[in-house]
Design a protein around this ligand. Structure first.
Ligand SMILES: Cc1cc2nc3c(=O)[nH]c(=O)nc-3n(C[C@H](O)[C@H](O)[C@H](O)COP(=O)(O)OP(=O)(O)OC[C@H]3O[C@@H](n4cnc5c(N)ncnc54)[C@H](O)[C@@H]3O)c2cc1C
Length: 436
């Protein structure tokens, strides 16, 4: 066997892969991130809405997200040195979430925020009307498909209020943020190989990882390989021969994000916030050039599109139009362009929409997968988590027998990493949606 030049190979250079490479390199591992794309952040990360919010359905989800918020706030400190390509910016505009019966009027989210010290403000309908004068505050639930004769019809009810989490917002350029992390990893000695597709994952006869083989036939060996392949995570697990060995599976879900101009009466500087509205099944995010990005919260009436990650339609469809029309229910002056712009990309969805950050049954092969459309914000914390897990397991710790914990420095709180186990029971507290 050849002598490995690397201590660890990270498959993927998206935001999570780059962060795993960075934290391993900072611990002294000789790392190589390998990506078939030409640069960092060119996979699904590049089309992320990059929303930074702190409300999830579980306390562990909220804790990780609030810890993650601090890294975006202190971005330059985390990266450590100025990237000549420029630095990504965190726009802290706040995140406003409608209270609905669907989310139990946010009772659990507020309780968990109180427990973690995450500030929030409750807005009653009067305050909501004052702060968002161009909104129609009627309730439109249940969310309907466009061919439903009652599509767009308001009910007798009105929204009961909203909650503003001021410590939140979005990152202006997710690709640049990833390149910033890759730059920091290189400063720490990490290497990146682009335009290189992994076609084989090799193991030793005694069941440990040996290395990877690229499409050009070259072999790269390392005692540690980490699957951070985003929507290709299940493919990579198949290459590693571990499919069927874990209780939680992952698969690629197609997702459309239309971008539309904000209406003239909706002044970005005054009203621009991230919103999440389960009454119309949409989330929105302001963007440069006076645009609004509209994502779907995947209501049951919209068919989920599970796809082959190497063969899916990148054109927007009627799904984008229905998302814009639902948003126009809340914001009636929103124009609905004939030709709608936007992006189509894939979530790597786990069975319970909570990621898998874990080891695997193949010694030396690790998993940071199933990010389910909601882990961009957590990338810096996920990088630390994985580096801690890999270092501990390589030093002989049995994480399956005795799940590790990790200290969240900003929150001064420990989290149990067993929460992210590949062999957990499906988490019934999850929203089973992009909200995690
Ligand atoms: C439309 C959209 C909106 C989103 N909005 C948000 C949001 O607002 N907030 C939030 O927190 N999260 C959001 N997410 C989720 C978030 O963006 C992802 O969780 C995150 O970007 C995943 O990063 P990653 O590094 O795991 O994957 P990726 O960025 O997909 O990186 C995986 C990399 O692996 C490479 N790769 C795969 N197979 C191979 C192979 N065989 N050989 C070599 N390289 C390979 C790919 O080329 C790719 O670059 C969104 C996602 C999407 C798609």
């Amino acid at each position: 066997m050849s002598n490995p030049r690397y201590d660890a190979i990270v498959i993927g250079a998206g935001i999570i892969g780059a962060a795993v490479g960075l934290e391993l390199a900072r611990k002294g591992f000789k790392t190589l991130n390998v990506d078939k794309q030409p640069a960092a952040g060119y996979g699904s990360t590049g089309n992320s809405c990059a929303i930074i919010r702190t409300y999830y359905s579980t306390i562990d989800g909220c804790a990780m997200a609030f810890e993650g918020y601090h890294y975006w706030r202190d971005w330059n400190e985390y990266i450590g040195s100025d990237d000549p390509a420029g630095m990504a910016k965190f726009i802290e505009c706040g995140t406003l979430v409608m209270k609905t019966p669907h989310n139990h009027h946010l009772a659990a989210a507020m309780r968990m925020s109180n427990e973690l010290g995450i500030p929030f403000e409750e807005w009653d309908p009067v305050r909501l009307a004052e702060r968002m004068p161009s909104w129609d505050l009627k309730s439109f639930a249940p969310i309907r498909a466009m061919d439903d004769p009652k599509f767009g019809t308001a009910s007798e009810d009105a929204l009961t209020g909203a909650v503003l989490w001021p410590k939140g917002g979005y990152v202006n350029d997710p690709q640049l943020a990833t390149q910033n992390i890759a730059h920091a990893a290189q400063q720490a000695g990490g290497e990146f190989l682009y335009n290189a597709e992994i076609v084989e994952i090799r193991a030793t006869v005694d069941g440990r990882i040996a290395g990877i083989t690229l499409a050009d036939g070259s072999h790269i060996d390392a005692p540690v390989v980490v699957n951070v392949a985003g929507p290709h995570s299940a493919r990579i697990n198949t290459l590693a021969g571990i499919e069927g060995t874990m209780k939680i599976g992952t698969r690629a879900l197609r997702h459309e994000v239309p971008h539309v101009p904000t209406p003239p009466d909706f002044k970005q500087e005054r009203f621009a916030m991230v919103t999440s509205d389960s009454d119309i099944g949409a989330y929105t995010r302001p963007a440069s050039g006076g645009q609004i990005l509209i994502g779907s919260e995947d209501p049951p009436c919209d068919q989920r599109q599970w796809v082959d990650p190497d063969n899916f339609d990148r054109q927007l469809s009627d799904q984008a139009r229905v998302q814009v029309m639902r948003c126009a229910q809340r914001l009636p002056t929103l124009g609905i362009p004939n030709r709608i712009g936007g992006v189509v990309d894939l979530y790597d969805v786990s069975d319970d929409w909570i990621p898998v950050y874990d080891k695997s049954d193949l010694g030396g092969f690790y998993l940071a997968i199933g990010t389910s459309g909601n882990q961009f914000k957590n990338a810096p914390v996920a990088g630390k988590l994985m580096a801690h897990l890999i270092e501990s397991c390589e030093n002989g710790h049995d994480h399956d027998e005795q799940p590790l914990s990790m200290h969240l420095d900003y929150l001064d709180r420990d989290i149990d990493l067993g929460f992210y186990s590949r062999n957990r029971a499906v988490n019934k507290d999850s929203s089973f949606s992009v909200l995690g």
